[in-house]
Write a protein that binds this ligand. Structure first.
Ligand code: MF3
Ligand code: CO
Ligand code: CO
Length: 257
């Protein structure tokens, strides 16, 4: 995924536009949560989001992004991220991450959540809960003078203590007028390393956490240069994502309904 190198803070007007599109992203997720049930297909979820997005005067950034064929990503069970919606029917015991990115007025809002479907195992329930807290631990590391390494360190420390692993190859990113830009926001790292966070710039915090091995396998998506990823051992993976505005005193979570 190509990323722009230069980090430019947003002005007041641009920040307002980020607030608007990010709130829409959060409301989109809130809406789709009602449809994540036994028997629904991931394609149906995709269509519901596409309709909701258009109704709200936005477009779906994933659709056509480097050839990506759908409006959202649906990553079930051992799929780590970038799962492509298809005719797969959700069944009791599944976990699914739904990742939405509306684009409005030139700005992107990116968030995702993992959901349990029907009656799930204790392991499935626990990994979903842990992934959400892991994201929040990462966000709380955003204090004045913090680096991307501080975020990654906080996530990895928490995840490891709980007996899970954090995926290294894929992570968060800068976002604004561009869907994916610098900096890369890892889910592991050393305190004080990486890039200094820039006030009035936006980033995502989106750790992917695995039940077993941290390693992932990469798969092609026909007609696209975007890859999708699966755990190398076939065990579960879960993820949550927020878009965050870095401020002079810390952060503001933009993808809240
Ligand atoms: N929304 C994903 C992210 O969090 C990116 C999806 S890109 C796509 O960065 F092409 F796979 F849709
Ligand atoms: Co993202
Ligand atoms: Co996303």
């Amino acid at each position: 995924m190509s990323r722009d190198r230069k980090i430019v803070p947003l002005n007041k007007e641009e920040i307002m536009k980020m607030r608007v599109v990010c709130k829409l992203a959060a409301r989109t997720l809130e809406n789709i949560a009602k449809y994540v049930r036994v028997g629904v297909t991931t394609s149906e979820l995709d269509q519901i989001v596409e309709d909701f997005t258009k109704t709200n005067g936005a477009s779906s950034a994933p659709l056509g992004y480097h050839g990506f064929p759908k409006s959202i990503c649906t990553s079930v069970n051992s799929i780590v991220c970038h799962g492509v919606p298809d005719q797969r029917i959700l069944k009791s015991g599944d976990i699914i991450n739904v990742d939405v990115t509306p684009m409005k007025d030139g700005f992107f809002g990116d968030c995702s959540a993992s959901y349990i479907v029907g009656e799930v195992s204790d392991v499935a329930r626990a990994i979903v809960q842990t992934a959400e807290i892991a994201r929040d631990k990462g966000i709380e590391a955003i204090v004045p003078g913090a680096t991307t390494g501080d975020i990654g360190f906080a996530i990895d420390k928490f995840v490891t203590r709980k007996g899970y692993t954090a995926v290294k190859e894929i992570g968060g990113h800068g976002i604004g007028r561009i869907f994916h830009e610098d900096p890369f926001v890892p889910s592991y790292g050393k305190r004080g390393r990486g890039d200094l966070l820039v006030p009035w710039h936006c980033i995502t915090v989106e750790p992917m956490i695995n039940e077993g091995s941290a390693s992932v396998k990469e798969f092609d998506i026909p007609g696209s240069t975007v890859k999708y990823y699966e755990t190398s051992d076939g065990k579960l993976s879960a993820q949550f994502e927020h878009t965050i505005l870095v401020t002079e005193t810390g952060y503001e979570i933009l993808t809240l309904p």
